[in-house]
Design a binder for this molecule. Structure first.
Ligand code: CUA
Length: 338
């Protein structure tokens, strides 16, 4: 690398960072104490590498130019000689390399130790289960009336560390919300733990990041960080059982749900045995459907129920084959589940 090429390489390396600033899964800017130290480390190690590369390249080029300027003609074989100052350069080279490597290693180990556990005891634990191809999020509570489950979204209060207990219901998945934390696998038969904390309110995108079958790419989630008051209001609303249907159509829809959907889906207060699919007690409060594959609109919900395989081929929801009026009724019913 020439000196000139070296000077243009740095902006080229930094350009992707700027281009990614608005990307939902970008990991170069982070928003919490679990992820921030790793980001500083990332930039720090990049800077050390760039400095070392520029230094070594510069010395090689300077050495070549200096010999050319003195008109030195290299013989075919250069004899190895002691003395003459060569050993001094080797000493400098090895010494500086050791400094760079030791700084990088100590810094890396210190960051790993720093983010390994939360800085303060966590006040909230969420059990997150990876499943083909969605995320179950269970909010436990000593009081059974305050327990609830949601799907494909985690809500957390800002400024508190949250423990995330990860399990799998089938194959290995991996939990990744890059603005808040690195990747942690969900492995069948064991519980892995990670933690997250958001410094600022916002919606932080997440994605399964371990290939887990046909719809791996459509296994997204998000973490919604809210003020403690807004989070508490959300949790209270989620813990409440489903409201009773108010219209004749919604009432018919509830019956359709019980007949066709309740084997796999729970609506608390109505049918509570279905465990295979997401808990739908407050499905209408969620902004997305099918693990981020669809916006939660009447049209998308109708399309999803009428033919889930067309939208997410291979997913484990069978086509319920509902009549037109039954489909409309069940959509009207699900829309009431705020
Ligand atoms: Cu689950 Cu990839």
């Amino acid at each position: 690398m020439s000196r000139r090429a070296g000077a243009t390489a740095l902006p080229l390396m930094l350009a992707p960072a700027a281009a990614h600033a608005g990307a939902p899964l970008q990991y170069l800017t982070t928003q919490g104490p679990r992820a921030d130290p790793a980001t500083v480390l990332l930039w720090g190690l990049t800077a050390i590498s760039v400095v070392v590369t520029l230094l070594v390249s510069g010395l090689v080029v300077a050495g070549v130019l200096a010999r050319r300027a003195r008109g030195v003609r290299e013989p075919a074989e250069v004899p190895v000689l002691s003395g003459g100052g060569g050993m001094r350069w080797l000493g400098w080279g090895v010494g500086l390399t050791m400094v760079a490597l030791v700084v990088s290693t100590v810094w890396t180990v210190a960051v790993i130790a720093q983010v390994n556990g939360p800085p303060r005891p966590s006040t909230l634990t969420i059990d997150v289960h990876g499943a083909q191809w969605w995320w179950r999020a269970a909010y436990g509570n000593p009081d059974p009336r305050l327990r609830f489950e949601t799907a494909n979204e985690l809500h957390i209060p800002v400024g508190s560390p949250v423990r995330v207990r990860l399990q799998s219901e089938d194959v290995i998945h991996s939990f990744w919300a890059p603005a808040l934390t690195g990747k942690t696998d969900t492995i069948p038969g064991r519980v892995n733990e990670t933690w997250i904390e958001a410094t600022r309110p916002g919606r932080y995108m997440g994605q399964c990041t371990e290939y887990c079958g046909l719809e791996h790419a459509r296994m997204a989630f998000f973490v919604q960080a809210d003020t403690p008051a807004a989070y508490a209001a959300w949790a209270r609303a989620q813990a409440a059982p489903a409201g009773a249907p108010r219209t004749a159509e919604a009432l018919q829809g509830e019956q359709v749900f019980e007949a066709h959907c309740a084997q796999c889906h729970t609506v608390r207060g109505v049918a509570e045995r279905g465990r295979k699919g997401p808990d739908l007690t407050h499905v209408a409060s969620r902004p997305t459907l099918a693990a981020g594959a669809l916006p939660n609109t009447v049209a998308a919900l109708g399309g999803w129920i009428s033919d889930p395989q067309a939208i997410k081929p291979g997913n484990h929801m069978p086509t319920p084959y509902l009549s037109g009026p039954d489909l409309q009724a069940v959509v009207a019913y699900l829309e009431t589940l705020k």
